[in-house]
Structure formats: structure tokens, C-alpha cells
Design a protein around this ligand. Structure first.
Ligand SMILES: [Ca+2]
Ligand SMILES: [Ca+2]
Ligand SMILES: [Ca+2]
Ligand SMILES: [Zn+2]
Length: 251
């Protein structure tokens, strides 16, 4: 008979997938294997009489999933930490959808307040974590978030930021390099050929000054620079005078 996974566990499995899209699913599972189907198990569809509890509907549903523990998980996450988040939320009353969790030789259950107990079943659950849903209508159909994305999904690490900055910077520099080179070349050419009042260009003027003075280039540049500063100072003085003049009376 066809079966479905209860919506609460569909949502839990989706959240594992969202937080770790490339995670190994080799040890994932929902419906029971041959061994499970002989014994009472939350992995058996619930309209078969082979489940530990019964629900209120006649939909043939599985109330357990196994989630592979290999990952790869995002930095800071592991199956151990995921189990601790889910269990802690149940122990503190933030969640009430699960009946029990089994992972790495331990079992936590709603039946005893979600403290850890040793799990001595034949499968130590060291390749996957097992999550059993409750059979109550409100809980099995509740698809609210499980706290995994909130805990592990928003983490932005310094290494992530560094990688983004490095990649972006490299791309921007590569894109700008020819532009900057062209612009600087044009600017230098522009300065060199800029016309002066004496009919020469800047480049020509410098060459002429150097040639006429017989001075060293450095001396020429120093003398010319001082002369330019004098001109600029005169201009600024004139501007200041015009600003501080009493304005003419309004007409
Ligand atoms: Ca149901
Ligand atoms: Ca059912
Ligand atoms: Ca695996
Ligand atoms: Zn299982």
C-alpha cells in the first residue's frame, strides 16, 4: 500500500537538505526495511498495525526518518550539534513534534523529559540519526522550522567574507586595469601637449626652460614651481579681496 512521510518529518528532512545541500544521503531512510516491517517500528506505515502508536486518520503514514551523519555540513555544524539543537528545543518546550531521537548509542525521549540515555539496540546509530514523530494530528502535520537553519544556516564566516572580497577585488582590478592604463596615458599625453599662453606646450616649455637655463632639471622645476605658487597666491588674494568687499547697494 502506498505511504507518505508525515509532513513534520518532510519539513525536518528538507531543513537538513537546505542547510547542507550536498550532504551524503546514503544512510537516509524513511520506510522500514524488511527487518523493521516484521517488528513494530515508526519506520512502518501506520495503517498496517506494525507501529508503536496509532493516529486519528486513515492516511498510511511513516512517522520516522533516518538522516545520514556524514555531511558535508556547514562550518560549525555536525550531526551531533544538530541533534543537540533539536533535543534542546524539545527539552525546553520550544518544540513538541518528536517522540524520540536516537544517535550514536544514545536515545532521548519525550517519555522521560529528553535527557540522554544509553541506546543498546543492535544498530548503534553511528552512521545516521533517527527522528520519530508523534502520532498526534497537530504535531505530525506541523511543518514549522526546526531550528537548524536558524542555528547553522545564517552563519557567515570570516573566511567566507575574505573569499568574497578577494574574488571581487581581483575581478574589479582586472576589469579596471586597461581602463586606468588608457586614462593615465591620455592624461599624461594631455598634460604634455597642453597649450600655454606663450604658444608652447607644457612639455615643450619644460624642454625649452631646461635648454635655455642650462640648469639642472631639478633647479628649473623648483624655480618654475615657486613662480606658479606666487601666481596662485596672487589669485587667491584677489579672490579674497573681492569676497570681503562691501557689496554694492542693491538697485
Ligand atoms: Ca496522520
Ligand atoms: Ca495515519
Ligand atoms: Ca554517510
Ligand atoms: Zn531509524
Amino acid at each position: 500500500m502506498a505511504w507518505i512521510l508525515v509532513p513534520s518529518l518532510v519539513s525536518l528532512r528538507s531543513e537538513f537538505n537546505e542547510v547542507a545541500p550536498a550532504r551524503d544521503r546514503a544512510s537516509d531512510g524513511a520506510i522500514g526495511d524488511g527487518e523493521h516491517s516484521q517488528n513494530s517500528s515508526d519506520h512502518n506505515p501506520d495503517e498496517t498495525g506494525k507501529t508503536p502508536s496509532e493516529d486519528a486518520d486513515s492516511v498510511n503514514e511513516v512517522h520516522a526518518i533516518d538522516v545520514d551523519n556524514t555531511g558535508p555540513w556547514p562550518a560549525g555544524m555536525s550531526m551531533e550539534k544538530a541533534v543537540q539543537v533539536v533535543v534542546l528545543r524539545h527539552r525546553t518546550g520550544l518544540d513538541d513534534r518528536l517522540q524520540n531521537v536516537i544517535y550514536n548509542r544514545r536515545i532521548w525521549s519525550r517519555s522521560w523529559g529528553w535527557t540522554a540515555r544509553e541506546y543498546t539496540g543492535p544498530n548503534p546509530h553511528d552512521h545516521h540519526a533517527h527522528f520519530s514523530s508523534r502520532y498526534t494530528t497537530a504535531q505530525e502535520s506541523d511543518r514549522r522550522p526546526w531550528g537548524l537553519l536558524a542555528q547553522f544556516g545564517d552563519v557567515v564566516l570570516q573566511s567566507d567574507i575574505d573569499e568574497i572580497v578577494t574574488t571581487t577585488t581581483t575581478k574589479v582590478v582586472a576589469a579596471l586595469k586597461p581602463v586606468i592604463t588608457a586614462v593615465v596615458g591620455d592624461v599624461l599625453k594631455g598634460i604634455d601637449t597642453a597649450p600655454l599662453r606663450n604658444g608652447r606646450t607644457v612639455g615643450g616649455s619644460i624642454n625649452a626652460l631646461v635648454a635655455e637655463s642650462g640648469d639642472g632639471v631639478v633647479n628649473v622645476i623648483e624655480r618654475e614651481t615657486a613662480a606658479r605658487f606666487d601666481e596662485v597666491t596672487k589669485e587667491l588674494t584677489a579672490v579674497r579681496q573681492s569676497l570681503t568687499q562691501t557689496p554694492p547697494p542693491a538697485v
